[in-house]
Design a protein around this ligand. Structure first.
Ligand code: BGC
Length: 754
């Protein structure tokens, strides 16, 4: 249905227009009945619906309607499966359509800068490429149901400490390469109906009133067509926010900020056209939903099954020394409060009132072939850090009597949540203590972890098996049991590195605290740091085991040289060399050997998940473009891949590179020449445009320092001389009387004019 929004808006009063730019209440936008503008609802998000019918809040305090809790982002991202993410989006979109929700408040795509961020469970990855691809696939799914999404929290919202006032201080290259691309990819590929700006400031300016962020980058560069809404309570000054590109303030400001807008239009400090444009953007999206309503039957039962399937496709098997899968006839002790009461979601605005939760214990009890062989001992409570001698003794005894022990460990709710950060990276002490006791009694011990963000694992080398279940959604118990008993072959891989200890993390010295957080580590986030530093880690990015094995071969590139206009097609054969059907996640990393600037050792630029029967081989094809090779050059104000050599690395994780090939890039772009008297001779030598003149000056300078005495040339060899001269600025050629200033300026001028 075509609507003439401009005409509609021309009939609205100033008060109605200002009112349209903030919520009616916690979840609804305002209606204008006389003009047929309905009040539409938005709702959290992102891993299921948190639709509050009664009392609203944004912290997950009051009840919402019963719904299905799908695996949160920390787990679903480990599927590395775009198709699955689209199906997840479709499923949530259908539920939203059926329950009158016009926008689902998600996905949340902030980068996991530190394992301490209380909200990591809601975020996808430490890698912006993976986060962007995953988000775009999810958005496609939700929006295929004509329900909007709100990709959040834009931008650089990587901690909860002082989340509503802290300033994230990062240089532009870091923002462009690490903290923006997930949003950029999603906007360019999938046009989310809305973007939610974050609470924090960025380099001093609130995200909600940052014109560079909300207009220059988001709209003018990336082509965003929807509207920007604020996070709940993120507006600082309403009129500057509107001017900067924040159309909708959420929730309601009780009319106070609407009055600010009205006043500004009346006193001429706000152009009414800016208000009209904001209203048009909001109405455009609301009507997109209104005009595409459809009957949408869904059953929570079917969606529960899909939640299980998503968890099964995402959980990551981290260690298996011939201990898994479990056999039905083995006597197994299930230990730990999480076996009975699993932790399957995080706290805060994404908290879902799950209509059913399955525990591992219930699931096993319902499976005739195994139920008789399972014993349970609580060992420790799931919700607090209390070591109970009696519970522990009982658990050790159960482990001793069984063939194998499975300990269901993890973080209690209070250890991680929206609204505050973790203070350390450890499991509760009572759990580590009990695990140590059990290992002594039962060498065949397996740990299942329920956590939204990595934990330190002091017992790692002493356990035989480890399954990272993250937060598994409401069907967590079924997914875990199906993987443990080999009904499902695990196929998730880590969307983040698990460091040995918190202090290894690159943000360790600069996380939280104070009014601003300086991102000193720059682009070296996650594996970009650990791998470049060659630092040992517990488990690398992209790592995950299967009950089968895979071999890689036949890496082919469609060209060995390319320009910045070209694409590069890469193909590789993957063979299932084991006895079970399984899925492998093939990863493509690019390494820049051009030497043009300091970059991470490698960066993920492609991945595919492929399903293989035993003995089967499939060819996986991935395509790279200029951006896959580029870094953000602030002189050019653009992405830049310098001429030179790049390696294409194909791996099973960031530390398990199986095949590689080299390509040569011929760039047509030249960064601006920065020629002045303090340019060094080395800088002149490193650029073809200035090399000849650099050689001329270097020779002159070297001869000036060259001594004919044998002793002197032994003390300073020619090589040493050249290295020292390379760091000298051009002005020294003048001050040492080697050339006149006129000669030098003339030489530089000729280069600039070329
Ligand atoms: C969160 C958002 C959420 C909103 C509404 C805020 O506290 O940061 O992610 O969508 O509340 O519940």
């Amino acid at each position: 249905m075509e609507r003439n929004l401009k005409e509609l808006i021309s009939q609205m009063t100033l008060e109605e227009k200002a009112g349209m730019c903030s919520g009616l209440d916690f979840w609804y936008l305002k209606n204008v009945d006389r003009l047929g503008i309905p009040s539409v609802m938005v709702s959290d998000g992102p891993h299921g619906l948190r639709k509050q019918d009664d009392k609203g809040d944004h912290l997950g305090i009051n009840d919402s309607i019963k719904a299905v809790c799908f695996p949160p982002a920390c787990l679903s991202a480990c599927s590395f499966d775009r198709k699955l993410m689209t199906e997840l989006g479709e499923t949530i979109g259908k539920e939203a359509q059926a329950t009158d929700v016009s926008i689902v408040l998600g996905p949340a795509v902030n980068i996991k800068r530190s394992p301490l961020c209380g909200r990591n469970f809601e975020y996808y990855s430490e890698d912006p490429y993976l986060a962007g691809e995953t988000a775009a696939a999810f958005i496609d799914g939700v929006q295929s149901q004509h329900v909007g999404t709100s990709i959040k929290h834009f931008a650089a919202n990587n901690q909860e400490f002082n989340r509503m006032s802290n300033s994230s201080e990062a240089d532009e290259r870091t923002l462009r390469e690490i903290y923006f691309p997930a949003f950029e990819t999603a906007v360019k590929k999938s046009q989310p109906y809305t973007v939610m700006c974050s609470y924090n400031r960025i380099n001093g300016t609130y995200a909600s009133e940052n014109p560079w962020l909300l207009t220059d980058v988001l709209r003018d560069e990336w082509g965003f067509e929807g509207y920007v809404m604020s996070d709940w309570g993120a507006v600082n000054e309403r009129v500057p926010a509107l001017k900067a590109g924040l159309e909708l303030e959420m929730p309601s400001s009780g009319g106070v900020n609407d009055q600010e807008i009205i006043k500004a239009v009346q006193d001429g400090t706000l152009d009414e056209a800016v208000l009209d444009r904001a209203v048009e953007r909001i109405l455009n999206i609301s009507f997109k939903w209104v005009d595409n309503r459809k009957e949408q039957p869904f059953t929570m039962e079917a969606d529960h099954d899909f939640a299980r399937h998503t968890a099964e496709q995402s959980m990551v098997l981290l260690k298996n020394e011939d201990v898994l899968p479990l056999k039905a006839e083995e006597k197994v002790a299930f230990i730990g409060g999480f076996a009975k009461k699993p932790r399957f979601q995080g706290g805060g605005s994404s908290h879902i009132n799950s209509f059913r939760v399955t525990s591992a214990l219930d699931t096993a009890a319902g499976m005739e072939e195994i139920s008789g062989n399972i014993t349970y001992a609580e060992g420790f409570p799931a919700d607090q850090d209390v070591y109970d001698e009696a519970l522990a003794a009982e658990a050790v005894e159960a482990a001793r009597k069984a063939d194998k022990a499975v300990i269901f460990a993890g973080l209690p709710d209070s250890f991680e949540s929206e609204g505050y950060d973790r203070t350390h990276m450890r499991l509760p002490e009572c759990q580590n203590r009990l695990i140590a006791e059990i290992i002594k009694a039962q060498p065949e011990t397996i740990i299942v972890l329920h956590n939204g963000s990595p934990v330190e694992m002091p017992w790692l080398s002493d356990v035989k098996g480890l399954l990272e279940a993250y937060l598994g959604g409401q069907a967590v118990g079924e997914a875990v049991v199906n993987i443990l008993y080999g009904k499902v072959n695990p196929s998730g891989k880590l969307a983040e590195t698990i460091p040995y200890k918190l202090s290894d993390n690159p943000s360790y010295l600069n996380f939280g605290n104070g009014e601003k957080t300086v991102y000193h580590e720059g682009v070296f986030v996650g594996y970009r740091y650990y791998d470049t530093k060659e630092m040992p880690v517990a488990f690398p990015f992209g790592y995950g085991l299967s009950y089968t094995t895979f071999e890689y071969g036949n890496l082919k590139l469609d060209k060995t040289e390319l320009t910045d206009q070209d694409t590069l097609t890469v193909s590789v054969d993957v063979t299932n060399t084991g006895a079970a059907a399984g899925k492998e996640i093939v990863q493509l990393y690019v390494r820049d050997n051009s030497g043009a600037c300091i970059r991470p050792d490698k960066e993920l630029k492609g991945y595919e998940k492929v399903s293989l029967e035993p003995g089967e081989t499939k060819t996986v094809t991935m395509t790279l473009n200029h951006r896959s090779f580029a870094w953000y050059n602030t002189d050019l104000k653009d992405w830049y891949a310098a001429s030179g050599k790049y390696e294409i690395l194909i791996g099973a994780s960031s530390r398990d590179i199986r095949l590689s090939e080299t390509v040569e890039m011929h760039s047509s772009v030249k960064p601006p020449l920065k020629l002045h008297l303090n340019t060094t001779l080395g800088e002149l030598l490193s650029d073809d445009r200035t090399r000849e003149y650099g050689e001329y000056l270097t020779n002159k300078m070297s001869s000036f320092f060259h001594s004919s005495s044998e002793e002197a040339s032994e003390a300073i060899t020619d090589e040493m001389n050249n290295a020292m001269v390379a760091s000298m600025p051009i002005r020294n050629v003048i001050s040492f009387g080697i050339c006149t200033k006129e000669e030098v300026l003339d030489g530089l001028n000729k280069i600039t004019l070329k």
